[in-house]
Design a protein around this ligand. Structure first.
Ligand code: SF4
Length: 372
């Protein structure tokens, strides 16, 4: 396979087929970094409105560095994996301290920032600064293992190192096509999108091909711009690649959540630090297990008092990492003559609740009870 032809075919395909995404209209490294972090574990169509809202609220590194954590959590609410946003906050503060608020353009400096690994540093370096740095995410792994017929498990170090080497060789090849046309920082209104330079466009073309054509199931090989060079296709091994070991079976869990309302206020609590969804808000809840099915005692544990009545409200299914969680939601009535002196949480009114960041499943409960 001729690497130059491969790169040229991908670049031509990308120029004609790239999706019109808002972060592709800028070369601002901050904006590109925000998009890359949001896109981890999250689909493009979900990220677009979040990214636009974030860029309006926090248009640069300094604004992010000095933002209050509650504001960041609110902007991130619903995207999940909240460690990402806390690391972004720390990274922005580090950029202000170490680089006077200017996003660094050296790969090594980017890599040193909290929450930034080799992939993200490579993406920002190549997309924002046209530096020939490789990227390797799930989409790129799928494209490269199929194109080059790589049978090893990409999670194993030897195969992983081989894939990084290949990605490096290809982006280096793209750099030889580099032109020196001046690049706008931001697109002027009504002007056509800027033409990305080959390094930036090449890395994005690999990701885009994996997202649109070389998909996990039923890849569209017939319209693939590099199908003539594809070893997996030639050897009829497309369905077998990439050779990822099976993930462990998901674990089912049942959790009971309790909605208590008194004098126009709801009882809610903030999750502690160092747990999943740390610092976010939620309705009092507790896990139900085969040994613990009694709802009254579960409610007492979660609320800090005994409820008068418990009525089913709704059921919400959601996932956190490998857990498939069924959240059974109950409306709880208090005995007005015996108001709890020490409830486990805070009584908050509707307008306070709307301002707070909630864990996704609990946000759905909140929307449901505030609608009623
Ligand atoms: Fe993927 Fe098929 Fe293209 Fe090969 S020919 S890179 S398997 S879409």
């Amino acid at each position: 396979m001729n690497p130059e032809n491969l790169v040229r075919n991908l670049l031509a395909w990308f120029a004609a087929n790239a999706r019109d995404l808002p972060w592709r209209e800028t070369h601002d490294p901050y904006a590109i970094w925000v998009s890359e972090i949001m896109l981890q574990q999250t689909q493009v169509k979900t990220v677009v409105p979040y990214w636009k809202r974030w860029m309006r609220a926090l248009p640069n590194v300094r604004a992010l560095a000095k933002a209050r954590p509650e504001k960041l959590h609110k902007l991130w609410e619903g995207l999940g994996y909240y460690t990402r946003v806390r690391n972004m906050h720390k990274a922005a503060q580090a950029i202000v301290e170490r680089h006077n608020g200017e996003f660094p353009n050296r790969f090594e400096d980017i890599l040193e920032l909290p929450g930034i690994g080799r992939y993200t540093a490579g993406a920002v370096s190549s997309i924002a600064f046209d530096q020939p740095r490789p990227i390797l995410d799930g989409n790129v792994i799928r494209v490269l293992t199929r194109l080059f017929g790589i049978a090893g498990n990409p999670r194993e170090s030897k195969t992983n190192a081989k894939l990084w080497r290949l990605a490096q060789e290809l982006v280096q090849q793209a750099a030889t096509l580099q032109t020196h046309a001046p690049r706008p920082t931001l697109r002027a209104p009504h002007s056509p999108p800027p033409l990305p330079h080959p390094v930036s466009a090449f890395n994005q073309s690999l990701m885009e091909l994996g997202a649109l054509v070389c998909t996990p199931r039923q890849p569209r090989c017939a319209v693939c711009p590099v199908n003539k060079s594809c070893r997996a296709r030639r050897e009829k091994r497309v369905e077998q690649l990439p050779n990822l070991s099976r993930r462990p079976q998901p674990t089912q869990r049942r959790v009971a959540a309790f909605v208590v309302q008194h004098a126009g206020r709801f009882l809610v609590r903030q999750r502690p630090a160092d747990v999943v969804n740390a610092h976010l808000w939620e309705f009092p809840n507790t896990e139900l297990t085969p040994h613990r099915t009694d709802l009254k005692s579960a409610a007492r544990d979660a609320l800090g008092f005994s409820p008068q009545t418990i009525q089913p409200l709704c059921s919400i299914r959601h996932s956190i990492t490998r857990y498939r969680i069924t959240l059974e939601v109950f409306r709880v009535a208090l005995n007005p003559a015996r108001l709890p002196s020490r409830p486990r949480g805070s009584w908050l009114d509707e307008s306070s609740l709307r301002r707070l960041p909630f864990a996704s499943a609990h946000k759905r409960i909140l929307s449901s009870v505030l609608r009623r």
